[in-house]
Ligand binder design. Structure first.
Ligand SMILES: O=P(O)(O)O[C@H]1O[C@H](CO)[C@@H](O)[C@H]1O
Ligand SMILES: Nc1nc2[nH]cnc2c(=O)[nH]1
Length: 305
């Protein structure tokens, strides 16, 4: 029979990674997973009792190749809540197949993660969004997925979830509302929006015509990541919360002299480091309080571990 290895890791291979990590952090069961976007690695720095594991030491793990993405898993706690952070994510444009891009999400799930916080740097399309604002993600438009590039392509791993998972409940509504309230309580309401993330393949930034098309599709922030991780997380029954840091304003004017670049993306993230750390910490504590109030009812779309 033809080998199907090129279509993804098997469940056993992912278990192998989990077994390795459980030896490194015995008795550690993370409740919350955090994926740090471009320049957002410092979100992992506020963890207490940190244990850092470089990606290159982890069997089967890809390498981080993008500036502003470290390359380590960080284990620790925030207000007593056990957390695992990906300091550095993987993107399709780095040359990785999407099943490899999302492998760490599945590893997190098997480690015990129930809540996933995805973060990203993104271009802001509405004129009301300014550099340094955050946009809490209520939904996404996955341009890559609609074109057939999906992390769930290939043999379905039933242990994670069903062949045809629903996605309309994937960004947890209660967490979106809690995020808006928490932003307000931290005095961040003027810089906080709620909107739709658009995932494109990259690595080039968008043409003006592409941005106008995304705008007409209801996209508010645009980037080259996140949707894949969210699909994998939804498939295996995690509750997802996400936000974009608006690192640049989408250029919709043919006569503008501005051009987007990765240096401004990293600089915008650096400028908001402390605020974003505070916000993420508060979200993690909130998730911890939900857990203490009772087990989360997992989405019907998966989580059959
Ligand atoms: O989505 P993250 O990883 O935050 O990074 C965003 O910033 C980079 C481009 O500047 C791209 O990788 C884009 O996806
Ligand atoms: N595709 C895309 N990714 C980004 N990451 C940060 N800013 C942008 C942007 O404007 N477009």
């Amino acid at each position: 029979m033809e080998s199907r290895e090129h279509l993804g890791y098997s469940y056993e291979q992912i278990l192998q990674v989990v077994k390795f990590l459980k030896l490194v952090v015995p008795n550690f069961k993370p409740l919350v997973g955090v994926i740090c976007g471009s320049g957002l690695g410092p979100l992992a720095d506020s963890l207490s009792d940190k244990i850092e594991v470089p990606y290159e030491d982890i069997p089967l793990f890809p390498a981080s190749t993008v500036v502003g993405h470290g390359g380590k898993l960080v284990f620790g706690t925030v207000g007593g809540v056990p957390v695992i952070c990906m300091k550095g994510r993987f993107h399709a444009y780095e040359g990785y197949p999407l099943w490899k891009v999302v492998m760490p999400v599945r590893v997190m799930r098997l480690m015990g993660v129930e809540y996933l916080i995805v973060t990203n740097a993104a271009g802001g399309i509405p004129s009301s969004m300014n550099v340094g604002d955050i946009m809490i993600i209520k939904d996404h438009v996955n341009m890559m997925g609609m074109g057939g590039q999906n992390p769930l392509r290939g043999p379905n791993i039933e242990e994670f979830g069903p062949r045809f998972p629903a996605m309309n409940k994937t960004y947890d509504r209660a967490l979106v509302k809690a995020g808006l309230k928490i932003a307000e309580s931290l005095g961040m309401e003027d810089m906080t929006h709620e909107g739709v993330y658009g995932c494109v393949g990259g690595p080039n930034y968008e043409t003006i015509a592409e941005l106008l098309m995304l705008q007409s599709c209801g996209v508010d922030s645009v980037g080259m990541s996140t949707a894949h991780e969210v699909i994998a997380a939804g498939h295996c029954g995690m509750k997802v919360f996400g936000f974009s840091l608006i690192t640049n304003k989408a250029i919709l004017d043919y006569d503008s002299s501005e051009v987007p670049n990765h240096e401004e993306v990293i600089a915008a993230a650096k400028a908001k480091e402390a605020k974003l750390q505070g916000f993420t910490e508060a979200m993690i504590k909130h998730m911890g309080s939900l857990k203490n109030a009772g087990p989360p009812s997992m989405c019907s779309c998966g989580g059959r571990r």
